[in-house]
Design a protein around this ligand. Structure first.
Ligand SMILES: Nc1nc2c(ncn2[C@@H]2O[C@H](COP(=O)(O)OP(=O)(O)OP(=O)(O)O)[C@@H](O)[C@H]2O)c(=O)[nH]1
Ligand SMILES: [Mg+2]
Length: 263
């Protein structure tokens, strides 16, 4: 429990037997549930995941590989079922500093955020720490995601270190989220459609022993198309809203945060 929030940590894991133990060992004591989602790994991920800690641990295994987004959605569903107040996503490759998790949770408690995400781009040693190709890809995708989601203030759209509150989780169309590397971009666009309140919190970029499977030239095309589609949908919805308003229909019902969601 963290400041009145029951917290689940969702760990998507694909062939992470080397770094998953380190990831689990660092998790804060205030975490209530740890949900490791083994995305049909072919190594010993499921075995090393079974580790004792101060939290309740579950290892959920996919029979077939669904992708990082698909694994996160499985964890989100389980977190909802457990009735937690917040679900934090932590990669299994030890690239997220567990001592910074409270920053994301504080944003849910203190700022009424529906979704708090890490921002590595403001870090003083960014240029030294993040490979330049990642950095340039990140900046391009961040710019496009800002336009497509309507969250003009967000930075580092690709950061996977995030916390989401139960209210937003319940409203997200979990089954429609893009299951692979464009997941964070699609999630932000869907949160934008719900007018959810999204905030950034500074986190440290960590590149260490992990072997990334992200092949930038291969993933850029699909992510680019995905963001373009989200942007077109947003534009279309805005046009529809304007037409409805002109006809005297007024505001769309059911938004989470209204104008505050964009602050
Ligand atoms: N690549 C990949 N990762 C998966 C998959 N399913 C779950 N994951 C997990 O998702 C997390 C992120 O994967 P990475 O490929 O390292 O991507 P990233 O950390 O966003 O990107 P880098 O900054 O390049 O490391 C890791 O914990 C993976 O184990 C999958 O199908 N493919
Ligand atoms: Mg990684």
């Amino acid at each position: 429990m963290y400041r009145g929030l029951r917290v689940a940590v969702v760990i998507p894991a694909f062939n992470e037997s080397k770094l998953l133990p380190q990831t689990l060992a660092g998790l804060p004591r205030y975490v209530d549930h740890v949900l490791v989602v083994d995305d049909a790994s072919t190594d010993r991920t499921a075995v090393v995941a079974r580790r004792r800690g101060p939290w309740a641990l579950e290892v959920i295994r996919h029979a077939a590989n669904l992708g990082v987004g698909g694994a996160i959605v499985t964890g989100y569903r389980r977190a909802l079922h457990l009735g937690v107040d917040a679900a934090v996503v932590v990669g299994a490759d030890a690239q997220m500093d567990p001592n910074e998790m409270h920053r994301l949770l504080d944003a849910l408690v203190d700022d009424g955020a529906d979704y708090a995400k890490g921002d590595r781009l403001g870090h003083a040693e960014l240029w030294r720490r993040m490979p330049w190709i990642r950095l340039f890809g990140n900046l391009a995708l961040t710019l496009m995601t800002r336009l497509a989601s309507g969250y003009g203030h967000i930075r580092d759209s690709q950061c996977g270190y995030t916390a989401i509150g139960r209210r937003a989780l319940l409203r997200l169309p979990l089954g429609d989220l893009y299951p692979r590397y464009g997941f964070p971009n699609d999630l932000l666009a869907k949160l934008g459609e719900m007018d959810a309140r999204v905030v950034d919190r500074p986190v440290t970029p960590i590149y260490g022993e992990e072997v990334s499977r992200l092949r930038i030239p291969r993933v850029m095309g699909p992510i680019f198309l995905l963001i373009l589609r989200s942007g077109a949908r947003r534009w279309w919805r805005a046009a529809l809203r304007a037409t409805t308003a002109r006809a005297g229909g007024g505001e769309t019902a059911g938004s989470l945060g209204g104008a505050a969601g964009r602050s």
